[in-house]
Design a protein around this ligand. Structure first.
Ligand code: NAD
Length: 237
């Protein structure tokens, strides 16, 4: 059990595993979404320059899968924790789905972007809500400026979003919790090592992550099964 006291500031990092029980395949898991696509052909700036139609086909498929998904007990439990301890919880996700929000979480930081947002690849227009899917041979979406509309996703080789806020929250946390993330994709894979020594570091997931040595406690199992009884929130006056 993970004890949360009045003084704790919790940094939660979630990965694809937290949405696995909602039916969204993980990156590397069996039956993973990515298996039919070579990742470098669909999720990088060079892929976008080379074949934007293929990129849009891939993200349309992901939008269709995510549209059907519903939050599971892990998402619901994290939203409940946020309700109890407010901004002492910093919820940072590598996921691009919106299941944390659907579960009721209000302050989710999407470091790798959001599947249901798009932006222009040329002008400074702000990212906007967009759930459309592209069906070939339809024309690809264009911005008023003439640029192409692209998914609002941090692709391989791009800088994750909100890194200043994230680094600040890592700096101030007393408890770091990683849930359902393989510990391979940087920079998130280094967060645990960055805070270990001065914060408790906890991992939750069915298998040991690649960065397991950075964790002081590891709970092996499915997030949706473990999370609902994981936290003991101690509120002292
Ligand atoms: P990953 O696919 O590399 O690893 C998934 C991890 O989840 C594995 O360690 C696995 O053991 C664990 N896992 C599987 N089932 C689980 C469960 N029921 N409960 C808890 N853990 C479980 O994912 P990653 O580390 O997040 O990195 C992959 C990248 O892929 C990220 O950048 C992410 O943006 C992207 N991605 C996102 C989604 C999504 O938005 N839902 C889905 C697939 C991939």
């Amino acid at each position: 059990m993970v004890r949360v006291s009045n003084n704790d500031r919790i940094f939660v990092l979630t990965g694809a595993g937290v949405s696995a029980e909602s039916g969204i395949p993980t990156f590397r898991g069996v039956g993973g979404l990515w298996r039919n696509y070579r990742i470098e052909e669909v999720a990088s700036p060079s892929a976008w320059r080379r074949d934007p139609r293929l990129v849009w086909e891939f993200y349309s498929m992901r939008r269709r899968v995510a549209r059907e998904a519903e939050p599971n007990p892990a998402h619901l439990d994290l939203a409940k924790l946020e309700q109890r301890i407010g901004d002492r919880l910093f919820l940072c996700t590598q996921n691009v789905d919106n299941l944390h929000e659907q579960a009721g979480a209000r302050r989710v930081v999407h470091m790798h972007g959001e599947l249901f947002k798009s932006r222009c690849d040329s002008c400074n227009r702000a990212p906007f809500a967009d759930a459309r899917t592209y069906e070939p041979p339809a024309e690809l979406p264009r911005c008023e400026c003439g640029g192409r509309i692209r998914p609002h996703i941090c692709w391989f080789g791009e800088t994750p979003f909100e890194m200043n806020r994230i680094l600040q929250a890592l700096d101030g946390c007393t408890l770091f919790l990683a849930i359902g993330t393989s510990g391979v994709v940087e920079p998130a894979a280094s967060f645990a090592a960055q805070v270990s020594g001065r914060a408790r570091t906890v991992y939750v997931g069915p298998e040991e992550p690649a960065n397991r040595y950075a964790f002081t406690e590891r709970y092996l199992g499915k997030a949706g099964e473990l999370l609902p009884s994981l936290f003991e929130v101690v509120e002292r006056r």
